[in-house]
Design a protein around this ligand. Structure first.
Ligand code: CA
Length: 254
């Protein structure tokens, strides 16, 4: 599968700094978005540490299958699934270690949404409220389930997705890297069809735009990943740009 992609991160219109980080390693077919949290620029440190650590582990396991797996192998998922899952847990350890190194890093944390592509299979891994969407035939499907307080309320039937986007507690995540040692990583496999597009994004996009609005902007770009990615960031900013906005848009061709 041939992959075209465009990655964009933007500070938005309200925040002073950008605590989001993104990483693309085209050689390994690795794509990562992370959204950091913590005062005094610590969120930025957490998200950067996480994406770098994920890339480091994925590169390390790319050509050496004899590597020891620090958390054991998960028999229920593929080799590449294990690479990505372990990379995210490895990143969690790196962030956790850093929180103990400096007092200003105490309490910092980050979300992660990551894709590692192998042939026509996309391995998806995520923690927190950064999302991965599939866009296929003008239809948008969220492939990840947010680890957030508002999502728990939606599942419980207490609030609607529209209410969640403007809820005062919309930024509260229930799972993040940097929290505790035995981090649970949600893993999923997506079977790619030619023409599929995947969107990785931070909540600075999804708190500003409903799924249908996102699908509309992507449809307008007619498969042009650069136009789609830049259009999404521009739309989120036009609606207020209250948070940092990060998008990685992928398109697959035979
Ligand atoms: Ca955010």
């Amino acid at each position: 599968m041939k992959i075209s992609y465009q990655a964009v991160t933007d500070v938005g219109r309200k925040r002073k700094g950008n605590e989001d980080s993104l990483f693309v390693n085209a050689e390994q077919n690795l794509f990562v978005v992370a959204d950091g949290m913590g005062g005094h620029a610590a969120g930025e440190v957490a998200s950067r540490l996480a994406v770098d650590a994920i890339n480091e582990f994925v590169c390390l396991t790319g050509d050496d299958e004899e590597i020891t797996w620090p958390y054991g192998l998960d028999e229920t998922i593929s080799y590449d699934g294990n690479r990505l899952k372990t990379a995210i847990r490895f990143a969690n350890r790196k962030v956790l270690e850093a929180t103990k190194e400096k007092s200003e890093y105490e309490g910092m944390a980050t979300t992660v949404a990551a894709v590692l592509v192998d042939g026509d299979v996309a391995n998806l891994g995520h923690v927190g409220d950064s999302r991965i969407y599939l866009l296929r035939d003008a239809k948008i499907t969220q492939l990840t389930t947010d680890h957030s307080w508002v999502n728990e309320q939606i599942v419980g039937g207490m609030i609607s997705p529209d209410q969640a986007r403007s809820h005062p507690l919309r930024n509260v995540v229930t799972r993040a890297l940097g929290g505790k040692n035995d981090l649970q990583v949600d893993m999923k496999v997506h079977k790619i069809e030619p023409g599929d597009m995947l969107l990785l994004c931070s909540d600075g996009l999804t708190t500003m735009m409903a799924d249908d609005d996102i699908a509309g902007v992507v449809a307008e770009a007619k498969g042009d990943v650069e136009k789609a990615a830049r259009g999404l960031v521009a739309s989120a900013n036009a609606r207020g740009g209250e948070d940092n906005i990060t998008v990685v848009m992928l398109r697959f061709e035979e």
